[in-house]
Design a protein around this ligand. Structure first.
Ligand code: CO
Length: 499
């Protein structure tokens, strides 16, 4: 009886309801282009530039539901900040798959994460044609706006109109269908290029052994270095980290059984099984392989699953890596509906610091933050370098697993935490840190994030003062509609729309 009471209290005290959360996964079919007039607070006049976001805009094709949000067609949202005003525009990426399915009015492709063509396994048998949905990230680099999806080539967009211009091959360095990861890291000062910034990315070609390719792009957007490495075993790697000398990837302990996929019974993502008794392998690839004697090194640490890293840095012979770790990978169940997820039944993502000793190969790991968190951001000047502050989407409650409703600022030096929560009716997306022009302090700037507001079924652009979350949101820009929960995005100081 007493247990029941405690349970009931816990339920009553939950910071969210699943029904409120679900509203953020409605499709957005309309494309908008307007000045944002409904603003609480003040948009800082020094905040000039463009926030680009990418994510699944459609969670169904003409009423046929997709099985997993990762299979949703990519849609770009653009928020432009000029002189204390803001402008919104969104457009779908006109991938081949999007155009074909919209024309047909039905699902024509198998999704990686479980969306099957109607018609059961017969319709899906030996159909390996996968839709490049361009839905994971969007970056502006080398005067190109690129929508990224990790299993195939990027789509290039016009930053002014968001019109899809076609697929991008970087002057033929990338071949048709070649993968180009969705998590590039921007090295602010590349030693090999005399201190010029450099965009570092990777790609995975999975198999019994896996080929990892590293790409480095100069500020003109050209691939100036590309090298490939083979590592044993199947890899499911979504993100990586860079330091001045290394690219580091976590090979999560998973296995892949291709037979149900080939037979059309399961999607590729459903054939991945977490292996809790296997170690996580940390793959360290030198950025200048020709100079490095040791080549690729692989260290081992305890089992766990990582989607996203915060940052990494070198101190003499050691590398430190901060990552969001899960005890295991939630499997994509064939018959399940992601809208019915039981948050409490899952383990939270938590922040761990890994310490790799390159001399003796020993890996140590330490839990830094217990609160459920995901989607970290840092000051762009500290990528690959020692850093102090991170901003990250977090659960409202300190313990347990729950949807992201808050933003957490972590001071990794002092251990201080600041939290800003949009609970009970707000649901948080990935934050982006924007430095104040001319700033000297690492946390002098703003944190921008999209928050889904279930009370009004619309999304807000929230601006926080990164140096002091206790001020609350310094501006809250109410959009006229919601934006489905997105994945990643980026900020550029360039402005592409008159406001
Ligand atoms: Co990601």
């Amino acid at each position: 009886m007493q247990n029941l009471e405690i349970r009931e209290n816990a339920v009553r005290e939950k910071s969210y309801t699943r029904a409120d959360w679900q509203g953020g996964y409605d499709s957005l079919t309309q494309e908008f282009d307007y000045q944002i007039d409904d603003v609480e607070g003040q948009i800082p006049t020094e905040l000039q530039g463009t926030l680009f976001r990418n994510g699944p805009g459609l969670l169904d094709v003409n009423g046929q539901r997709i099985h997993h949000p990762f299979d949703g067609d990519g849609m770009i949202s653009r928020i432009t900040f000029v002189n204390g005003h803001a402008h919104f525009r969104n457009r779908f990426i006109h991938t081949e798959g999007y155009l074909a399915e919209q024309k047909a009015g039905k699902i024509l492709y198998r999704g990686v994460f479980g969306t099957q063509k109607p018609g059961g396994w017969l319709a899906n048998l030996f159909d390996f044609q996968i839709k490049n949905i361009a839905n994971t990230n969007v970056i502006y680099w080398g005067n190109k706006l690129l929508a990224l999806w990790e299993a195939a080539e990027p789509h290039r967009l016009d930053p002014y109109t968001l019109e899809t211009l076609g697929r991008e091959y970087f002057n033929g360095v990338l071949s048709t269908g070649e993968a180009f990861g969705a998590h590039p890291r921007l090295d602010p000062s590349c030693e090999q290029d005399g201190g010029a910034p450099c965009l570092v990315n990777f790609s995975i070609k999975p198999g019994l052994s896996t080929t990892i390719t590293i790409f480095e792009l100069n500020p003109a957007g050209e691939i100036i270095r590309k090298h490939a490495h083979s590592v044993p075993g199947f890899c499911f790697i979504h993100d990586f980290v860079v330091t001045p000398n290394y690219c580091i990837l976590f090979q999560n302990p998973v296995s892949f059984n291709p037979i149900p996929f080939a037979l059309g019974i399961r999607a590729a993502g459903e054939c991945i099984k977490f292996q809790p008794n296997q170690p996580t392998r940390i793959i360290i690839i030198p950025r200048t392989p020709e100079k490095e004697q040791t080549g690729v090194r692989i260290l081992e640490t305890q089992s766990g699953f990582v989607f996203h890293h915060i940052n990494a840095f070198e101190v003499k012979d050691e590398i430190f890596i901060d990552s969001i770790c899960y005890e295991s990978l939630p499997e994509v169940e064939p018959e399940s509906d992601f809208r019915q997820v039981d948050f409490e039944a899952l383990t939270p993502g938590q922040l761990w610091r890994f310490n790799l000793n390159l001399k003796d190969g020993i890996v140590k790991q330490e839990l830094i933050e217990k609160r459920c968190c995901e989607f970290p951001t840092i000051h762009p000047a500290n990528v690959g370098r020692p850093y102090r502050y991170s901003y990250i989407g977090a659960a409202h409650a300190e313990t347990g697993n729950a949807p992201l409703q808050a933003l957490l600022k972590m001071d990794l030096e002092s251990g201080e935490r600041q939290i800003w929560s949009a609970a009970p009716l707000g649901f948080m997306g990935e934050p982006v840190f924007v430095p104040r022009p001319g700033s000297q302090k690492e946390d002098d700037g703003w944190v921008l994030a999209l928050v889904y507001d279930a009370a009004h079924h619309r999304s807000d652009v929230v601006i926080l003062d990164a140096s002091d979350f206790s001020k609350g949101a310094i501006a809250r820009l109410h959009l006229k509609h919601h934006i489905p929960y997105g994945l990643h995005g980026s900020f550029t100081s360039k402005v592409f729309a008159a406001t």
